[in-house]
Design a protein around this ligand. Structure first.
Ligand code: SAM
Ligand code: DTB
Ligand code: SF4
Length: 338
């Protein structure tokens, strides 16, 4: 048996070295081994990586707006906006630029630096893209960073959005490839990867993450992080969502994920994608302040800021400002706009 000293020394030595070059791939085994580390060791590694690239006291505020809600043809098992689930979400048409301008101005006045527009589409049509491009121009003119999440893109769509001033496109892989089919059947993993490739080649930055707490195993959480970290390059923004259980969806009665497992997921995302904005995304309202603080310590440096996510609740802005203040933290300053 090893001595206490030997055990301590082992614990303080990183057990899982990062891949040698950016092109090297993270194996699921290596990522699962990070998940399996003792919590203090995992947190230490995550904080070391975080501090090498970011000021750990700063958090980005990104505000979401659902510009086209509900009525979606897809069957994503977590989603309140799928038409086939009876969730009480009413379908709306795409919002007009004036309405979006007002919401974006309010978000900016409240301290947001990024504004993300979500639409419940399987895939936008050419004319939808033209209309969203107008919304992007409107938001960009206010001096905010722009992001959109509209579903699968066809050739040329990402280029049109890029020309309008889109900074980021959000399209999540959502889960590990070997769990994905349990949650979504109407589009496959490769469709998602194809959209991400189109976004990347148009010169739009990639925002891509997933959801945990859907009944996946720890190895499958490692599988999701491996897919994200092995994208070349890895996404600039990585939203980690904790499932929001919505009545009427197939996942409404899913058992809660251990909060420490959520914190571990944030830490592992931070270690494997050192320069990404790791966003503590959906699920904060159900999480409590202490778990959120642990997520910041694990390397999360972005939140969705505003009373609503797309259709479900989010902590109110005053509570978020107060939480950061209690922690001696502040929001990130806007990044330089080109
Ligand atoms: N329809 C587009 C799509 O699927 O790409 C864009 C909007 S969709 C609502 C954006 C993301 O929100 C999903 O990929 C999923 O990760 C997240 N999301 C949706 N419902 C959620 C829930 N109940 N809990 C946590 N995250 C959720
Ligand atoms: C992301 O990863 N999470 C956000 C955003 N990207 C679009 C959406 C969360 C949605 C939570 C459920 C709802 O409010 O409808
Ligand atoms: Fe539709 Fe997106 Fe919801 Fe899936 S996640 S049902 S594609 S809105």
């Amino acid at each position: 048996m090893s001595s206490v000293l030997e055990q301590t020394v082992t614990l303080h030595r990183p057990r899982q070295a990062a891949p040698a070059s950016p092109a090297a791939r993270w194996s699921v085994d290596a990522i699962e081994a990070l998940f399996n580390l003792p919590f203090p060791e995992l947190m230490h590694q995550a904080q070391t990586v975080h501090r090498a690239h970011f000021d750990p006291t700063r958090v980005e505020f990104a505000t979401l707006l659902s510009v086209k809600t509900g009525g979606c043809a897809e069957d994503c098992g977590y989603c309140p906006q799928a038409a086939r689930f009876d969730t009480g979400v009413e379908a709306t048409k795409l919002m007009e630029p004036d309405e979006v301008r007002l919401a974006a101005q309010r978000a900016k006045d409240a301290g947001a630096t990024r504004f993300c527009m979500g639409a419940a589409w399987r895939a936008p049509k050419d004319r939808d893209i033209e209309k969203v491009a107008e919304l992007v121009r409107t938001v960009k003119a206010l001096g905010l960073e722009t992001c959109a999440t509209l579903g699968m893109l066809e050739d040329g769509h990402a280029e049109t959005l890029q020309s309008a001033g889109l900074d980021y496109y959000n399209h999540n892989l959502d889960s590990a490839p070997d769990f994905y089919g349990d949650i979504i059947t109407t589009r496959d993993y490769q469709d998602r990867l194809d959209t991400l490739a189109r976004v990347r080649s148009a010169g739009v930055k990639v925002c891509c993450g997933g959801i945990v707490g859907m009944g996946e195993t720890r190895r499958q959480r490692a599988g999701l992080v491996a897919e994200l970290a092995n994208l070349t390059p890895y996404p600039e923004s990585v939203p980690i969502n904790n499932l929001v259980k919505v009545e009427g969806t197939p996942l409404a009665d899913q058992a809660d994920l251990d909060p420490f497992e959520f914190v571990r997921t944030i830490a592992v995302a931070r270690i494997t994608m050192p320069k990404a904005r790791v966003r503590l995304s959906a699920g904060r309202q159900q999480m409590g302040d202490a778990v959120q603080a642990l997520c910041f310590l694990a390397g999360a440096n972005s939140i969705f800021y505003g009373d609503k996510l797309l259709t479900t609740g989010n902590p109110d802005t005053g509570a978020d400002v107060a939480l950061l203040e209690r922690l001696g933290m502040t929001r990130s300053a806007p990044e330089a706009q080109p």
